[in-house]
Ligand binder design. Sequence first.
Ligand SMILES: C[S@@+](CC[C@H](N)C(=O)[O-])C[C@H]1O[C@@H](n2cnc3c(N)ncnc32)[C@H](O)[C@@H]1O
Length: 225
Amino acid sequence: MAIRYYNIKPWGRSLKEYVRMFNLTPDDLERKILGCGDGSASFNAELTEQGGNITSVDPVYIFSADQIRQRIDETYNDIIDQTQKNQDKFIWQEIGSIEELGRIRMSAMEKFLKDFAGGVMQNRYMPGELPFLPFSDKEFDLALCSHLLFLYTENLSLEFHLKSIEELCRVSNEVRIFPLLDANADRSPYAEPIIDYLRARNRNVKEIKVAYEFQKGGNTMLRIC
Ligand SMILES: C[S@@+](CC[C@H](N)C(=O)[O-])C[C@H]1O[C@@H](n2cnc3c(N)ncnc32)[C@H](O)[C@@H]1O
């Protein structure tokens, strides 16, 4: 299988986590939402089940559920080992242990895998990748991007980040990005240049504290209107 996003591994969070990462209110959940880089998160499956209007876009959606499952199986132990080595960079409160983390992530990814084929038929899972998205201008009310921008500072350039955020602003009225940390749980060196760049273009940008914190210090999101 030729998934070429070797450095960006499949890992999936739940609707409950998205709600807390992005301060999503019941009103937010009724908006037309784009999940960019949702990968194997169960956000789309769970929100659809409760009547939401959600489209997810990710390059892995060119593959079948079986191929994505194979990639999850190939990388799962690596991610767990890496997290174990870097345990001190996380807050083990809501998620109490590595074992629990593994169980929670696998349960979210199983929900996603079960929903995937049906969701593709309904165009809820669309293949595509930043910095160019297959959507028209302002097609969405709210675009969410979790654990892709900033987190992969080492792999993705500042220019890529700027283009990607402009693209998210093109397709959506509002954009929220979480977290502002890189993979070492340090604040991304791109955070300030990006905030300055957006303010210079008269975008309304705010860094907002959220209830979610798993990576130590990862408790803010960037909100751009
Ligand atoms: C670490 S996972 C995060 C998944 C999900 N957002 C979550 O928080 O559980 C990062 C996701 O970004 C996707 N990705 C990688 N490059 C991308 C790009 N250029 N545009 C959109 N998504 C991308 C990967 O395929 C992967 O599914």
